[in-house]
Design a protein around this ligand. Sequence first.
Ligand SMILES: O=P(O)(O)OC[C@H]1O[C@H](OP(=O)(O)OP(=O)(O)O)[C@H](O)[C@@H]1O
Ligand SMILES: O=c1[nH]c(=O)c2nc[nH]c2[nH]1
Ligand SMILES: [Mg+2]
Length: 175
Amino acid sequence: MVERNSEPSAQERAGRPFPVSWDQFHRDCRALTWRLNEVGPFHAVIAITRGGLVPAAIVARELGLRVIDTVCVASYDHDKQGDLKVLKGISEQTAKLGGGTGKGLLIVDDLVDTGKTGKLVRELLPDAHFATVYAKPKGRPLVDTYITEVSQDTWIFFPWDTALSFQPPIRDGAA
Ligand SMILES: O=P(O)(O)OC[C@H]1O[C@H](OP(=O)(O)OP(=O)(O)O)[C@H](O)[C@@H]1O
Ligand SMILES: O=c1[nH]c(=O)c2nc[nH]c2[nH]1
Ligand SMILES: [Mg+2]
Protein backbone atom coordinates (compact mmCIF):
# COMPACT_ATOMS: atom_id res chain seq x y z
CA MET A 1 0.00 0.00 0.00
CA VAL A 2 1.24 3.48 -0.80
CA GLU A 3 1.85 5.58 2.32
CA ARG A 4 0.08 8.91 2.02
CA ASN A 5 0.73 12.10 3.90
CA SER A 6 -2.50 12.58 5.92
CA GLU A 7 -2.54 16.34 5.33
CA PRO A 8 -4.62 17.13 2.21
CA SER A 9 -2.88 19.05 -0.55
CA ALA A 10 -4.14 22.41 -1.82
CA GLN A 11 -5.49 20.57 -4.85
CA GLU A 12 -7.36 18.04 -2.67
CA ARG A 13 -8.70 20.80 -0.44
CA ALA A 14 -9.90 22.71 -3.49
CA GLY A 15 -11.94 19.73 -4.64
CA ARG A 16 -13.70 21.22 -7.63
CA PRO A 17 -11.73 20.57 -10.84
CA PHE A 18 -11.64 23.18 -13.63
CA PRO A 19 -9.70 21.78 -16.60
CA VAL A 20 -8.59 24.36 -19.16
CA SER A 21 -7.70 23.35 -22.74
CA TRP A 22 -5.02 25.06 -24.85
CA ASP A 23 -7.78 26.56 -27.02
CA GLN A 24 -9.62 27.95 -24.03
CA PHE A 25 -6.42 29.28 -22.50
CA HIS A 26 -5.47 31.04 -25.73
CA ARG A 27 -8.96 32.59 -25.98
CA ASP A 28 -8.80 33.74 -22.35
CA CYS A 29 -5.34 35.28 -22.89
CA ARG A 30 -6.62 37.16 -25.92
CA ALA A 31 -9.63 38.39 -23.91
CA LEU A 32 -7.20 39.56 -21.21
CA THR A 33 -5.18 41.44 -23.85
CA TRP A 34 -8.28 43.28 -25.12
CA ARG A 35 -8.67 44.69 -21.61
CA LEU A 36 -4.97 45.44 -21.20
CA ASN A 37 -4.90 47.27 -24.52
CA GLU A 38 -7.28 49.83 -22.96
CA VAL A 39 -4.97 50.34 -19.96
CA GLY A 40 -1.49 50.50 -21.53
CA PRO A 41 0.81 51.32 -23.20
CA PHE A 42 3.38 49.28 -21.34
CA HIS A 43 7.19 49.37 -21.67
CA ALA A 44 7.71 45.66 -20.96
CA VAL A 45 6.05 42.44 -19.85
CA ILE A 46 7.24 40.61 -16.75
CA ALA A 47 6.26 36.96 -16.47
CA ILE A 48 5.99 35.34 -13.05
CA THR A 49 7.55 31.94 -13.64
CA ARG A 50 6.69 29.44 -14.45
CA GLY A 51 2.92 29.66 -14.95
CA GLY A 52 3.07 33.26 -16.16
CA LEU A 53 5.40 32.44 -19.07
CA VAL A 54 2.66 31.09 -21.33
CA PRO A 55 0.15 33.95 -20.92
CA ALA A 56 3.02 36.49 -21.04
CA ALA A 57 4.10 35.20 -24.46
CA ILE A 58 0.56 35.49 -25.84
CA VAL A 59 -0.09 38.92 -24.30
CA ALA A 60 3.30 40.26 -25.49
CA ARG A 61 2.57 39.05 -29.02
CA GLU A 62 -0.85 40.71 -29.05
CA LEU A 63 0.40 44.00 -27.56
CA GLY A 64 3.46 44.11 -29.84
CA LEU A 65 5.87 44.13 -26.88
CA ARG A 66 9.33 42.67 -27.31
CA VAL A 67 10.94 43.45 -23.96
CA ILE A 68 10.08 40.50 -21.74
CA ASP A 69 11.59 39.78 -18.35
CA THR A 70 10.88 37.31 -15.55
CA VAL A 71 10.51 37.20 -11.81
CA CYS A 72 11.30 33.61 -10.88
CA VAL A 73 9.31 32.52 -7.85
CA ALA A 74 9.09 29.09 -6.24
CA SER A 75 6.17 28.40 -3.92
CA TYR A 76 3.97 25.40 -4.67
CA ASP A 77 5.78 22.06 -4.81
CA HIS A 78 3.31 20.52 -7.28
CA ASP A 79 0.23 21.37 -5.17
CA LYS A 80 1.55 22.18 -1.66
CA GLN A 81 2.48 25.79 -1.00
CA GLY A 82 5.70 26.32 0.95
CA ASP A 83 7.61 29.50 1.69
CA LEU A 84 7.89 31.86 -1.26
CA LYS A 85 11.38 32.25 -2.67
CA VAL A 86 12.39 34.82 -5.26
CA LEU A 87 15.02 32.94 -7.27
CA LYS A 88 15.55 35.85 -9.70
CA GLY A 89 14.31 39.44 -9.93
CA ILE A 90 14.02 41.69 -12.99
CA SER A 91 17.13 43.01 -14.72
CA GLU A 92 18.57 46.46 -14.04
CA GLN A 93 17.56 47.47 -17.57
CA THR A 94 13.90 46.52 -16.99
CA ALA A 95 13.91 48.17 -13.56
CA LYS A 96 15.06 51.41 -15.24
CA LEU A 97 12.18 51.21 -17.72
CA GLY A 98 9.81 51.11 -14.74
CA GLY A 99 11.49 54.03 -12.95
CA GLY A 100 12.40 51.76 -10.03
CA THR A 101 8.78 51.24 -8.88
CA GLY A 102 7.45 49.35 -11.92
CA LYS A 103 5.42 52.18 -13.44
CA GLY A 104 4.46 51.25 -17.01
CA LEU A 105 5.48 47.61 -16.53
CA LEU A 106 2.98 44.78 -17.01
CA ILE A 107 3.27 41.78 -14.70
CA VAL A 108 1.54 38.64 -15.98
CA ASP A 109 0.71 35.40 -14.15
CA ASP A 110 -1.66 32.54 -14.93
CA LEU A 111 -3.69 32.95 -11.72
CA VAL A 112 -3.96 34.33 -8.22
CA ASP A 113 -5.11 31.89 -5.55
CA THR A 114 -4.28 32.85 -1.94
CA GLY A 115 -2.61 36.03 -3.25
CA LYS A 116 0.77 35.24 -1.66
CA THR A 117 2.64 35.40 -4.96
CA GLY A 118 0.72 38.52 -5.99
CA LYS A 119 1.56 40.24 -2.70
CA LEU A 120 5.24 39.51 -3.19
CA VAL A 121 5.39 40.91 -6.74
CA ARG A 122 3.39 43.97 -5.62
CA GLU A 123 6.01 44.60 -2.94
CA LEU A 124 8.78 44.31 -5.54
CA LEU A 125 7.05 46.56 -8.12
CA PRO A 126 4.29 48.58 -6.41
CA ASP A 127 3.39 50.74 -9.43
CA ALA A 128 3.32 47.95 -12.03
CA HIS A 129 0.06 46.73 -13.56
CA PHE A 130 -0.65 43.16 -12.41
CA ALA A 131 -2.72 40.97 -14.73
CA THR A 132 -3.75 37.33 -14.40
CA VAL A 133 -5.95 35.13 -16.55
CA TYR A 134 -7.82 33.55 -13.63
CA ALA A 135 -8.51 34.77 -10.09
CA LYS A 136 -9.80 33.15 -6.91
CA PRO A 137 -11.54 35.42 -4.37
CA LYS A 138 -8.71 35.58 -1.80
CA GLY A 139 -6.17 36.82 -4.36
CA ARG A 140 -8.48 38.91 -6.53
CA PRO A 141 -7.97 42.24 -4.65
CA LEU A 142 -4.27 42.12 -5.59
CA VAL A 143 -4.93 41.94 -9.33
CA ASP A 144 -5.58 44.97 -11.55
CA THR A 145 -6.98 43.04 -14.53
CA TYR A 146 -8.17 39.43 -14.85
CA ILE A 147 -10.61 37.54 -17.05
CA THR A 148 -12.32 34.70 -15.19
CA GLU A 149 -13.07 34.37 -11.50
CA VAL A 150 -13.44 30.86 -10.09
CA SER A 151 -14.47 29.90 -6.56
CA GLN A 152 -11.81 29.41 -3.89
CA ASP A 153 -12.57 25.67 -3.78
CA THR A 154 -11.74 25.28 -7.50
CA TRP A 155 -8.46 23.77 -8.70
CA ILE A 156 -7.52 24.95 -12.18
CA PHE A 157 -5.80 22.31 -14.31
CA PHE A 158 -3.66 24.05 -16.92
CA PRO A 159 -3.04 22.45 -20.31
CA TRP A 160 0.75 22.22 -19.73
CA ASP A 161 0.11 20.16 -16.56
CA THR A 162 -2.38 17.72 -18.06
CA ALA A 163 -2.89 15.19 -20.87
CA LEU A 164 -5.92 13.62 -22.53
CA SER A 165 -7.06 10.49 -20.70
CA PHE A 166 -10.04 8.12 -20.65
CA GLN A 167 -12.98 9.20 -18.47
CA PRO A 168 -15.59 6.71 -17.22
CA PRO A 169 -19.19 7.55 -18.26
CA ILE A 170 -21.01 9.94 -15.91
CA ARG A 171 -23.58 7.18 -15.14
CA ASP A 172 -20.72 5.05 -13.74
CA GLY A 173 -19.68 7.70 -11.28
CA ALA A 174 -17.47 10.10 -13.28
CA ALA A 175 -17.21 13.58 -11.80
O1 LIG B 1 -1.92 33.19 -5.17
P1 LIG B 1 -1.01 32.07 -4.74
O2 LIG B 1 -1.63 31.20 -3.68
O3 LIG B 1 0.37 32.53 -4.38
O4 LIG B 1 -0.88 31.07 -5.98
C1 LIG B 1 -0.71 31.51 -7.30
C2 LIG B 1 0.63 31.03 -7.85
O5 LIG B 1 0.71 29.59 -7.78
C3 LIG B 1 1.09 29.08 -9.03
O6 LIG B 1 2.49 29.07 -9.20
P2 LIG B 1 3.44 27.98 -8.52
O7 LIG B 1 4.05 28.58 -7.29
O8 LIG B 1 2.68 26.72 -8.36
O9 LIG B 1 4.61 27.77 -9.52
P3 LIG B 1 4.64 27.57 -11.09
O10 LIG B 1 4.12 28.84 -11.68
O11 LIG B 1 6.08 27.33 -11.35
O12 LIG B 1 3.76 26.40 -11.43
C4 LIG B 1 0.52 30.06 -10.02
O13 LIG B 1 1.24 30.00 -11.25
C5 LIG B 1 0.71 31.39 -9.34
O14 LIG B 1 1.98 31.93 -9.61
O1 LIG C 1 -2.29 24.44 -11.39
C1 LIG C 1 -2.67 25.15 -10.45
N1 LIG C 1 -4.01 25.33 -10.24
C2 LIG C 1 -4.52 26.09 -9.22
O2 LIG C 1 -5.74 26.25 -9.06
C3 LIG C 1 -3.55 26.68 -8.35
N2 LIG C 1 -3.64 27.47 -7.24
C4 LIG C 1 -2.39 27.72 -6.86
N3 LIG C 1 -1.50 27.13 -7.67
C5 LIG C 1 -2.19 26.47 -8.61
N4 LIG C 1 -1.75 25.70 -9.63
MG1 LIG D 1 3.25 30.50 -10.69
